[in-house]
Design a binder for this molecule. Structure first.
Ligand SMILES: *Cc1c(COP(=O)(O)O)cnc(C)c1O
Length: 380
């Protein structure tokens, strides 16, 4: 209709954000286990600390610190410490974004725009790489994963890279461990990533690092073409504040810094991320119980003969009915929602976040209610 809007945008639909405009009260009465957030809010004493910071230290009339220096220093320290690195990561290797979503977009702009490159993803995986690439007119090449264990089809991936010319594949995106399927990169996948030439950027998204405790950060120094993405949205309980970061070679970081908006991160979000890092021992102490809850969920669901259940290195699980009839996944999601639990239908399966113990109990009860009506699950 409006003749000045890019013609290719007609085929896209806007991302429907969770919680989708309901009022806060209504949201609290349902179990939202569809976005892999932490079940726990920030402890009240840390919220009070942030309130104090807002009152005493943040001048609302002033622009935020556009250099993010204090936050970058704290992140560099955390990254170094959590990987016991002998050579510390420095702030010149860190860029922070308004969520790692912003960094994904900046990486795409920095590498592929102007028809210079396309990207490679192995589905099912985090959908934002493909969505953001498409909105920028960047071609997305997809390869498959094994239906049994979700390992990337490396032969296919290698062929795709060899054959891509117009434009060539410039970026490979992987998640470690993958969302929605929960599997970490295997030795052969890592070997393949190490073998990729320097003119291809390898983005390793470690959004779930604090749960998996697996990271490639130790190898970063040997691979100037690797970039690691992390976020404060999951284990650090700051999804509301939108803070993510990228760890990479200083030259790539310098390019990302050129590309971003000058004040991409509000003062309050920078303060929140700093508070979370300062109190990381307290916040991350919640992780072992979440992992124990995850394993309980997996053990219980594994008893359903009609259900395929995969192990997970993250704070969510991935399941699928063995007999997939048309619409059965969306019907399960609807029936769960009607009972008060919101789960995610993605990539040909169901992704369920590990919530609080009470939420997980309800998730199991409600799945049972849903499956009981269907003889295929063989649960009696
Ligand atoms: C949740 C998630 C993120 C986090 O994105 P933010 O924009 O930082 O909230 C990034 N990557 C993956 C794979 C995720 O699952």
């Amino acid at each position: 209709m409006l003749g000045f809007i890019r013609s290719d945008l007609a085929q896209f639909t806007a991302y429907t954000p969770n919680p989708g405009g309901d009022s806060g009260k209504a949201i609290k009465s349902v179990d939202r286990v569809d976005a892999n957030e932490s079940p726990d809010d920030l402890p009240i004493e840390l919220k009070e600390k942030l309130t104090w910071t807002y009152q005493q230290e943040i001048e609302a009339n002033r622009y935020p610190d556009g250099s993010h220096q204090a936050l970058k220093d704290a992140i560099a320290h955390y990254v170094t410490e959590s990987a016991s690195l002998e050579t510390p990561v420095t702030s010149s290797q860190i860029s922070v974004g308004n969520g790692s979503d912003e960094l994904i977009r900046s990486l795409l702009i920095t590498t592929c725009l102007r028809g210079e490159g396309s990207i490679l993803v192995a589905n099912p995986t985090f959908s934002m790489y493909g969505i953001l690439a498409q909105t920028l007119g960047i071609p997305v090449v997809t390869v498959e994963r094994s239906p049994d264990n979700f390992e990337i089809n490396l032969d296919q991936a290698q062929r795709a890279i060899a054959q891509s010319e117009h434009p060539p594949i410039r970026v490979v995106f992987v998640v470690h461990p993958n969302s929605p399927t929960g599997n970490s990169l295997t030795a052969s996948e890592l070997k393949w990533l190490r073998s990729l030439p320097d003119h291809i950027l390898v983005v390793i998204d470690e959004a779930y690092f604090e749960f998996s405790q697996t990271s490639v950060v130790k190898e970063l120094a040997q691979h100037p073409n690797w970039a690691i993405l992390r976020t404060f949205s999951k284990a650090f309980r700051l999804a509301a504040h939108r803070v993510g970061y990228c760890i990479a070679h200083p030259d790539l970081i310098a390019a990302l810094e050129k590309m971003r908006l000058p004040y991409n991160l509000p003062s309050f979000s920078q303060a929140a991320a700093l508070v979370a890092l300062t109190h990381r021992d307290q916040l991350l102490a919640a992780i072992p119980p979440i992992i124990a809850e995850r394993d309980k969920l997996l053990a219980t669901l594994s008893e359903y003969p009609g259900l395929q259940v995969w192990s997970s290195s993250a704070n969510f699980i991935y399941i699928r009915p063995r007999q997939l009839k048309q619409n059965s996944l969306s019907q399960i999601v609807q029936q769960m929602k009607a009972q008060g639990t919101v789960i995610r239908n993605t990539g040909g399966g169901l992704r369920i976040t590990v919530g609080s113990p009470e939420e997980n109990q309800r998730t199991l009860q409600r799945l049972y209610q849903t499956f009981e009506k269907d003889s295929h699950f063989g649960y009696s």
